[in-house]
Design a protein around this ligand. Structure first.
Ligand SMILES: [Zn+2]
Ligand SMILES: [Zn+2]
Length: 336
């Protein structure tokens, strides 16, 4: 089969490799859609915390069961996969927090993933996709689950004023969820024209601080001078973290979804006096993925609108380049 293998820094190549063999309790999946994630770009650039080449990337995907050694799945089932592989033995796992497993691995990061014609998954991590959900949308269950986990831990209350910094796919999904959760104002800050316009097309109000002025002034104006109750940091840069911390009010909270690659300086004393919090978000909890399927399919949410580009597997390098250009793309999917 054809697979996109990460070989070394900035080198990803299409290679012919063997179709994965499955063990009892596993399914072989013919991949139909696979999403490009910011972490694929981080890996390719050699900046990921624990990914090592060679590995087939791709952890956001959907497909059709080709072969099953599970009594729960049969050939032809449409499926999505939660790509987390937890050890089950460490302290976090033993306390039910498998998503922060001390030995956590991900399909498509630490083990071969879905930028390939076939991939395999354990039955416990494989989810049947309802007929009314397209497989393109099912490939976005993974990033959507991240946004859901952020919302779950945000302690958001009805009427809370929300700021989302960074209007990439997860930022826009977070804004969508904030609306469903009964937020007061949902403000988005985004530095690229493309994503500001994309957010507006999706029905959100978005603000570009490089074009429209001071973000803090914008937030204060929209919150009666109080600042945001919760800021969701989805930009993953020291500047966007600082923007979140500046814009939350007394008792405000930053939900840290993006992953800055540099150290971030912050005014610790201000946080103490204002009793502010920063919540770290790692992937999503056990159960989030299944709830994401129910939430999206029961409401007929058109997650496909979050996709800006489709590429073929052969064009993986172009697809990653496109996904890396925030002024050109939202979610980029590989279509097999
Ligand atoms: Zn991802
Ligand atoms: Zn563990």
């Amino acid at each position: 089969m054809k697979a996109a293998v990460w070989k070394s820094v900035n080198k990803i190549e299409i290679e012919e490799i063997g179709i994965p063999e499955i063990a009892n309790g596993e399914v072989l999946i013919k991949v139909v859609y696979a999403g490009i994630c910011g972490s694929d770009i981080t890996i390719l650039n050699g900046k990921h915390i624990n990914a090592k080449p060679p590995v087939v990337l791709g952890h956001e995907f959907s497909g059709i069961v080709e072969e099953s050694k599970s009594s729960y799945f049969k050939k032809g089932d449409r499926v999505g996969v939660e790509p987390l592989v937890s050890c089950g033995f460490c302290k976090p796992c033993s306390e039910g927090n498998n998503h922060v497993c001390a030995n956590l691995k991900l399909l498509g990061i630490n083990e071969n993933g879905a930028f390939a014609q076939y991939t395999k998954a354990h039955e416990a991590k494989t989810f049947k996709i309802p007929d009314k959900m397209s497989l393109a949308e099912a490939a976005m269950l993974e990033p959507f689950s991240v946004a859901m986990h952020g919302m779950d831990v945000s302690k958001m209350r009805i009427g809370s004023h929300i700021l989302v910094v960074g209007a990439g796919p997860i930022g826009a999904m977070t804004a969508l969820l904030a609306g469903y959760f009964g937020a007061g104002k949902v403000m988005i800050s985004e530095l690229t024209d493309f994503r500001v316009n994309y957010a507006k097309k999706l029905g959100f109000s978005a603000f570009n601080p490089t074009k429209e002025g001071d973000l803090l002034a914008h937030v204060l104006k929209n919150t009666d001078g109080n600042g945001a109750d919760i800021a969701f940091e989805c930009g993953g840069t020291p500047e966007s973290v600082k923007a979140c911390l500046d814009c939350i009010g007394i008792k405000g909270r930053v939900v840290q979804i993006g992953i800055p690659k540099q150290l971030v300086e912050t005014d610790y004393r201000r946080m103490i006096y204002k009793e502010q919090e920063i919540m770290g978000i790692r992937i999503y909890q056990k159960g989030t993925f299944g709830r994401a399927i129910r939430f999206l399919s029961d409401r007929n949410i058109a997650l496909k609108d979050f996709v800006s580009h489709f590429f073929s597997l052969e064009d993986i390098a172009k697809a990653i380049e496109c996904a890396d250009d925030k002024n050109r793309s939202m979610k980029v999917l590989i279509k097999f």
